[in-house]
Design a protein around this ligand. Structure first.
Ligand code: SF4
Length: 427
């Protein structure tokens, strides 16, 4: 409770913990301490919503484990506090020595989820590397979202994005639980429970496909619980059925896909019969058809999306590609004249165009990494190779790593190798 003797002021800001970006009003005392926080009812997107995590701002800012000054590790493994000036001087000297001895590529940056919503850091870190003509940039995007980028590169993309939730007849989620994770496809990102309840109240259908009966699944008309790793097979089976029944958007496919590609798609999914997919994925007989009917036959608008669950499962690139293909064959994109609900308020803007952009397979234009010949996804090198990039001797071996808002030991693949790599940098 706020002491009535202590003067306070209010400040409007937004929560940086996740992609929800909830608007907040903080109460701050004369010592610049947060003594209260509430959702900002005047924020037009989040309308006063905040989740439990964001409400802990007072404790996360002023808790005993908050790092307020640099700490330096001593040879015996203990830490001492040092000033920022000393830290910067020592880092600059050490980094200069490493780059002089081993070349510009001996340094890398890893951006974790904790740094994703630090807008200054998000844009400055690649610029910092670019100043050294270095592109050793890694982040969590290649751990849990690489399939999205690969699908875009293989399929192309629609320049105007997806419709507004308020305009959808149906929403379908593979491996996503937006009521808890805040954000899939850009809708249900802010204030998700209230938005979903409103959409359901006006008649929007909801389908979830997830081995776990999720919180979002509890609201669903159909909540399929397949065996793990079957998203690609299920999406392919749905494509096969929708095309065979003629429930797709023929005009959209004629205009933006073309007969040759449609024939190739039909041939590719032909083995994925209803019986085969239901047996393979452990689904009840008839459940695939119920999903196809609700999504494609009975709905004129609405999208399907996939998220971390699909990303972390086998065949994730193929699964993302086939799931997005469901939107393509049903033409579930914003058309010219329809309202746009998402704008990029933080980054560089650009006109939205209601048209398809061709597949670019952009990674093929990037050089092969010395580890497994892996290529970049946009600006990101694959984090799955980072431990090997540190451990493998030779030109380009990473010897200095900056970590912003991340915890490599718990987030990189292969924990034992990650620990060995991090220990090696301290030697
Ligand atoms: S959903 Fe919660 S954690 Fe995410 S931005 Fe909003 S308050 Fe912060």
């Amino acid at each position: 409770m706020t002491d009535p003797e202590v003067r306070t002021r209010e400040a409007v800001s937004f929560c940086r913990i996740c992609s929800g970006g909830c608007g907040v009003v903080m109460t701050i005392d004369d010592n610049d301490r947060i003594v209260g926080i509430r959702g900002d009812a005047d924020n037009p997107l989040t309308r006063g919503y905040m989740c439990f995590k964001g409400r802990q701002a007072e404790h996360s800012h002023h808790g005993p484990h908050r790092l307020l000054r640099p700490k330096k590790r001593l040879p015996d493994g203990s830490y001492i506090e040092i000033s920022s000036e000393q830290a910067l001087d020592e880092i600059a000297e050490k980094l200069g020595t490493i780059l002089d001895e081993h070349g510009k590529d001996a340094m890398a940056i890893f951006l974790g989820n904790g740094g994703m919503f630090n807008i200054a850091g998000f844009y400055m870190l690649p610029s910092f590397l670019a100043a050294f003509d270095n592109d050793q940039y890694f982040s969590t995007l290649t751990i849990d979202q690489s399939g999205k980028m690969v699908a875009m590169g293989r399929l192309g993309h629609w320049g105007a994005g997806y419709p507004h939730l308020d305009d959808m007849d149906v929403a379908m989620f593979f491996g996503a639980n937006p009521l808890v994770s805040h954000g899939s496809l850009g809708f249900l990102q802010e204030d998700p429970v209230r938005k979903l309840k409103q959409a359901r109240a006006r008649g929007m259908k909801l389908i979830t496909i997830d081995p776990r009966k999720s919180e979002t699944g509890n609201f669903a008309d159909i909540a399929l619980q397949p065996y793990p790793g079957q998203d690609a097979a299920i999406a392919g089976g749905l494509i096969r059925m929708i095309l065979a029944e003629g429930w797709h958007d023929r005009d959209f496919c004629d205009r933006w896909v073309g007969a040759e590609h449609m024939d190739a798609l039909r041939a590719a999914v032909d083995p994925l019969t209803e019986e085969y997919v239901e047996h393979r994925a452990g689904l009840d007989t008839g459940s695939l058809r119920r999903v196809a009917e609700m999504f494609a036959r009975d709905a004129k608008s609405g999208c399907v999306t996939s998220a971390t669950g699909t990303s972390m499962a086998p065949f994730s690139n193929l699964a993302f590609q086939l799931i997005e293909t469901l939107n393509v064959i049903c033409g579930r994109y914003l058309r010219e004249g329809e309202r746009v609900h998402q704008i990029n308020g933080m980054g560089p803007g650009g006109p939205l165009q209601a048209q398809a952009f061709a597949p670019s397979r952009f990674w093929e234009a990037t050089g092969e990494s010395r580890i497994r010949g892996a290529r970049k996804l946009f600006q990101d090198r694959p984090t799955a190779t980072l431990a090997d990039e540190i451990l493998t001797p030779g030109e380009g071996q990473i010897r200095a790593l900056f970590v912003d808002g991340g915890d490599p030991v718990t987030s990189w693949p292969d924990q034992a190798k990650t620990v060995a790599a991090l220990v090696s940098t301290a030697e």
